[in-house]
Design a protein around this ligand. Structure first.
Ligand code: HEM
Length: 515
């Protein structure tokens, strides 16, 4: 319970010494007498004559995030309120929309309209944000720091609401399931619902954790679902959707990245089954995965196998620039025996199995990337408004406004393009999507991650030293700037994607056209 005892400003002003120190922040009175010696910013700043016994709201918000005062160890320093005053700064309630301009896409902003989203999508978004902020975000903050895999309680919550099944998009795997407590039926669930999930899940800037939350399953389970034999498919899908087991996609090697045809990990046919020997690198969720969807070279070219963790399978953590909570692994397969029943698709047609999910995977990554970019726009708008330089907010500087203009334009254009592509996906079957959207998706992903990096660089300039500091005001900027390259590499490096899009277009160039 917040303290409600009432004081006048004159009463507070009488407590302005090291042994008796009160301040006011946004109409709330804090007794810092016992805390001032432990204040991370030092004692002297609190004894300043414009701070001690005074209303220090502006000084406080120039140096601290709002969450400092919400922490129990600091909120309990509040002893009362100023009589006749109301707090002006109100934290966003759990699950609520942000009121900062451009902090939400237009379809969620009051006063705007959308041809794509229905009220059903809006209800789904509200329920999903609440679930994330209540049950997942607190774990994200802890695991980003300690590097452990996301907690089982989080996977249980995602299983209970069938988020784990919905993450794979619309399709027969949702049949008969109650989605988000019945807010949407399996038949209604479409790519816009999936987009909402991807965008909500990345609003809180815990990049390693978000990948730890089943990023491997998102890309590793579809080949099992679409190409696995019925018994294997039923078993793995059941375990994964219940939050009990995890999958990863093991294609990339130190020897071969985008050049998937150059894989060295080899599957040899023997009378008792496949024998697999080789290595894989940068495998998301590999350290804790139970099933590995593995691209292997074979005598017929390439084959994809579902390998269960067991004898001969070793995984070790790779230190990347984001948190080990993502479970990024180096994997060795040493003469691992794999039953023929675990073959995904046909031997010799492995490349098709791998390529089959690329469009959906890249589209999902683009949804997520644009949403984190938007969160950075919100951080910059808040900071540039509250930070005072030469007695005026940062926004009074034309150069800062120009950076904000560029940031806003980038995120709005990326989102609008993505929504258009998502609408096309909703109206195309798999084959049509492959024919018409491979280039579009490659381009939008390239555009989203390039603009993300430009926005990360601009944000660091706006935040200055704080933008390269892991705690305090700029902590999200530092995190974003450090981890933004992941989006530009996973699912195909930017230049490879751009090239793919143009090659696709060239294939469709009419022969009968001239300038
Ligand atoms: C209720 C009162 C206050 C509490 C609980 C508090 C708490 C903190 C905490 C936890 C930090 C560490 C950085 C962070 O987590 O953001 C910090 C840093 C700091 N605080 Fe305070 N503080 C209070 C009031 C003030 C006031 C009124 C000033 C006025 C000048 C001030 C000046 C600073 C400075 C200069 C830093 C270092 C900032 C940096 O490293 O960028 N603090 N404070």
């Amino acid at each position: 319970m917040a303290a409600t005892k009432q004081f006048t400003k004159e009463e507070v002003a009488k407590h302005a010494t090291e042994g008796d120190l009160w301040i006011i922040v946004d109409s709330k009175v804090y007794d810092l007498t016992k805390f001032c010696g432990m204040h991370p910013g030092g004692l002297s700043v609190l004894l300043d004559e414009e701070v001690a016994g005074q209303d220090a709201t502006e000084a406080f918000y120039g140096l601290h995030r709002m969450e400092v005062l919400l922490k129990p160890q600091y909120s309990r320093l509040q002893i009362g309120v100023i009589a006749g005053e109301e707090p002006q700064i109100v934290p966003r309630a759990i699950g609520a929309l942000s009121t900062v301009p451009y902090a939400e896409p237009t379809w969620l902003t009051p006063g705007y309209h959308s041809p794509y989203f229905s009220d059903g999508h809006r209800r789904f978004q509200a329920a999903f944000r609440k679930l994330f902020e209540e049950e997942i975000y607190p774990d994200a903050a802890l695991r980003e720091d300690d590097g452990k895999r996301p907690s089982q309680a989080v996977f249980d919550a995602m299983a209970r609401t069938n988020v784990l099944a919905m993450r794979l998009g619309p399709g027969p795997h949702l049949k008969g399931r109650e989605l988000m407590g019945g807010i949407v039926t399996p038949e209604e669930f479409d790519y816009f619902h999936e987009m909402i999930m991807a965008q909500e899940g990345t609003r809180f800037n815990a990049r390693g954790y978000v990948d730890g939350l089943g990023g491997g399953t998102y890309i590793g389970l579809p080949p099992i679902m679409n190409f696995g034999q019925p018994a294997l498919r039923e078993k793995v899908l059941g375990e994964v959707f219940a939050g009990k087991k995890f999958v990863c996609l093991a294609i990339t090697e130190a020897f071969a990245g985008s050049d998937v045809a150059g894989l060295k990990c080899f599957a040899k046919k023997t009378p008792e089954g496949w024998r697999v020997t080789g290595t894989k690198k940068w495998i998301t969720n590999g350290t804790f995965a139970d099933y590995f969807t593995v691209g292997c070279a074979s005598e017929k070219g390439m084959v994809v196998l579902c390998i269960e963790r067991g004898p001969g399978v070793e995984t070790k953590s790779i230190k990347t620039s984001y948190s080990p909570t993502a479970g990024t692994a180096y994997i060795t397969f040493d003469n691992v025996l794999v039953p023929f029943e675990n073959t995904l698709g046909e031997d010799g047609k492995g490349l098709q199995v791998i390529l089959s999910n690329f469009n959906h995977e890249r589209w999902g990554m683009t949804c997520a990337s644009i949403s984190s970019q938007r969160m950075i726009v919100e951080e910059c708008l808040k900071w540039a408004s509250q930070r005072k330089v030469f007695g005026k907010p940062l926004t009074s500087q034309a150069v800062i406004r120009a950076k904000l203009a560029a940031m806003i334009s980038r995120v709005e254009s990326a989102q609008a393009w993505l929504e258009n592509i998502t609408y096309q996906m909703c109206h195309m079957n798999y084959k049509q999507q492959s024919t018409h959207l491979a280039g579009q998706i490659a381009f939008v992903k390239q555009y989203a991650t390039k603009t993300a990096q430009a926005t990360a660089a601009d944000a660091v300039q706006i935040f200055g030293g704080r933008g390269i500091t892991r705690s305090g005001m700029g902590k999200h900027i530092e995190h974003y700037h450090r981890t933004v390259p992941f989006d530009s590499v996973l699912g195909g490096a930017e230049d490879v994607l751009g090239d793919l899009g143009v090659r696709q277009a060239m294939r469709k160039m009419p022969k009968n056209t001239r300038l």
